[in-house]
Design a protein around this ligand. Sequence first.
Ligand SMILES: [Zn+2]
Length: 375
Amino acid sequence: MNNPQMYQELLELIGTDSASGKETQIAEKLIAKLKEIGLTVLTDNAGDTFGGECGNVIGIWEGDLDGSLMLSSHMDRVPNGLGIHPVEKDGVLRSDGTTILAADDISGVCAILDGLRRAIGSGKPLPRLEIIFSVGEETGLYGAKALDMSAIRSRIGYIFDSPGSIGRFVNGAPGMFQMEVEITGRPAHAGNEPEKGIDAAHVMCEMISTLKKGRLDPMTTSNFPILSTGSKSCNVVCDFASFRGEARSRDLQKLTDYVTYFEDHCHAVAARYGAGITIEKHQNFLPFLIPEEDEVLVCAKAASAELGLDYRVEVGGGGMDANIYNAQGMATIGVATGYTKNHTKDEQLVLADFLRSGELCAKLIETYAARCGAK
Ligand SMILES: [Zn+2]
């Protein structure tokens, strides 16, 4: 192991319980670590926006150069992330099979801590560094949404929170809408006079079965997996049903077009049966796609080349804090740290990749610093 401190820190933080809205334990450790490295540390009230117990942790290194770089990862993890016992075999870290591993996103946290120690320890002039360890990422990007961007000066940033081997960068992700439909039918005795009822369950099934969904085009998908009815007994025609789901697209126009189609389709089916309908839609986040010539990717490519990494730029399929920051004008991309199968009990982390992610973080800082003038 060529970086025992980084590996020990990984095990320590994986073993520190955390969940969305319950990040206090890990936040306290990260505040202490950032202070020890020499950063000024602030916290905010992001937790209040989603019933969480604490806010984002924000570390600031003032720097000597005229420029500012944001580095981020998230402190929460998906459920089944308490009491994790990691097991190392043949250079790959896994859980003991009963929990997730939480390399998503503890590996990212450790990459940033190691990168900071290397960059600051080098004694070379640095730009301002803004570190954001966010809360509530997995349940809805709540920490990023609540972050006070007026306090953040960086116009570019790296989020160490993408699956895949080192050298992979994620420069685009879909935007997402969530939709919920409520259908009101009319009850009637199922045996005596079913023709007097309006069967809300049937209307719902027809709405879904005739809806365009799944893979809609190379950029757009939708999924409606949650269905329910208000019925408790079989002898009454169903008078209430509801379903919900989501649509995603990397193209905002395609996404909004689909939502319009979805509403028109559901209203038309309801009208055919004389059923009542309400549709609630909520735009969770906007899509983003950063061009290869953008400074954030130019630096990533140069840093990867210097480290001899296999540089790849790909678009991801999930939402991430970067969706929020990009929508607010900070060009932000995802950085892979070596984990795969995240959000499952089979999650694994290739340690050779992980150990290089701290080096990569330091090299990204150094590469960006070389483009900054003196203050
Ligand atoms: Zn993550």
